[in-house]
Write a protein that binds this ligand. Structure first.
Ligand code: NAD
Ligand code: IPM
Ligand code: MN
Length: 357
């Protein structure tokens, strides 16, 4: 197969982890006889520095013309001035919107080999396998915002809105995924307080009753969900929630497998290329020090092969190679928990070495 892949390395550890994932994809192409072409494009802070824009038109055009996109991360202290005209993160929000990537899939799957790297007890987390569907192009992230007044009265606001159509499409996608898994779906909202959550809850209940009566369905309030995730993570199969709640809950959930550096994600729309990225950020505190764990990005590359290119054996091969690296006791610092660790490039090379057809 020929595939045209766009790389968006971005800022901080972004370039380090994307180049390891690229090496893995190149090895997959060699082993399985595919032709992947890579084009690197600008996004985020580095793009602001070079062009004044966190998402130049050239990047949008290249992404639209691609088969799939692999992103590192954007942002960092250099671009954090709250009064700046634009921010790196605006580039990421815009590419998600431009490509209509309304569904962000975040699998929280425990590698058996890492159970003891988690800060949580083995008996609580063993066997955890949750698939989050985070709504990605609506909600408070894209609500009307602004400021008014001055001094003590200066006020800022950002509104949260969801339409029936936006809720329907993400709930449908999550329910279909549940049917392929353990047939259970949990919708998370804050319907006791927020109006958009009440619309979300009504719409989700209707879609589930009308279209997915076979799927076991329940609803949980987001504050309680934050607790349940730590207390009884195995009780959840597929979870669907809004943009902000999904952002927060999945960073929390990253502690189940032991590190933010282990969690990949896929952002999908109804058609067109998907965008794949780790769920973590640009980790400026460890950038350039060979400390970044590239496995989240490497696992995101596996999701890319599976969801955008339908290369299931190839995706499985990457995941098996990652499991084998972990079984051999190789750890980057974040998952070593004080034990021996190897660097970013050594971890990428270890995955490449273990890749098998
Ligand atoms: P972060 O996810 O970058 O880092 C949080 C902590 O996790 C840090 O201690 C970091 O060192 C560690 N960490 C993250 N990824 C790691 C990896 N692969 N290996 C080892 N350790 C890792 O979150 P933050 O520090 O709150 O944000 C930093 C910047 O990243 C901000 O500008 C933020 O806006 C941006 N950000 C971008 C994305 C994205 O591009 N998708 C996601 C989240 C945050
Ligand atoms: C993520 C990040 C982004 C988000 C930021 C950087 C815009 O935290 O991908 O989880 O909040 O969606
Ligand atoms: Mn986040």
């Amino acid at each position: 197969m020929k595939a045209n892949l766009v790389l968006l390395p971005g800022d901080g550890i972004g370039p380090e982890i994307v180049s390891e994932a690229q090496r893995v994809l190149e090895k997959v192409a060699e082993l399985f006889g595919h032709e992947f072409s890579f084009s690197s494009q600008l996004i985020g802070g580095i793009s602001i520095d070079k062009t004044g824009d966190p998402l130049p038109q050239e990047t949008i055009d290249a992404c639209k013309a691609s088969d799939a996109i692999l992103l590192g991360a954007v942002g960092g202290p250099k671009w954090d001035d709250p009064s700046a005209k634009t921010r790196p993160e605006a580039g990421l929000l815009k590419i998600r919107k431009e490509l209509g990537l309304f569904a962000n899939l975040r699998p929280i799957k425990l590698f058996d080999q890492l159970v003891d790297s988690s800060p949580l007890k083995r008996e609580i987390i063993e066997g955890t396998d949750i698939l989050f569907f985070r709504e990605l192009t609506g909600g408070i992230y894209f609500g009307e915002s602004g400021r008014s007044g001055s001094g003590q009265d200066e006020t800022a606001f950002q509104s949260m809105a969801y339409s029936v159509g936006e809720v329907e499409r993400i709930v449908r996608m999550a329910a279909k995924a549940a049917q392929q898994r353990d047939n259970r779906l949990t919708s998370v909202d804050k319907a006791n307080v927020l109006e958009p959550s009440r619309l979300w809850r009504q719409t989700a209940a209707r879609v589930m009753a009308e279209e997915f009566p076979d799927v076991q369905y329940d609803v949980v309030l987001v504050d309680a969900m934050a607790m349940h995730l730590i207390n009884r993570p195995r009780d959840f199969d597929v979870v669907v929630t809004g943009n902000l709640f999904g952002d927060i809950l999945t960073d929390e959930a990253s502690m189940l497998p032991g590190s933010l550096g282990m969690l990949p994600s896929a952002s999908l729309g109804s058609d067109g290329p998907g965008l794949y990225e780790p769920i973590h950020g640009s980790a400026p505190d460890i950038a350039g020090q060979e400390l970044a764990n590239p496995l989240a990005t490497i696992l995101a590359a596996a999701m890319l092969l599976r969801h955008s290119l339908s290369l299931l054996d190839e995706a499985n091969a990457i995941e098996t190679a990652v499991a084998s690296v972990l079984a051999d006791g190789l750890r980057t610092k974040d998952i070593a928990r004080g034990g021996e660790h190897i660097g970013t490039q050594a971890m990428g090379a270890a995955v490449v070495e273990r890749l098998k057809k």
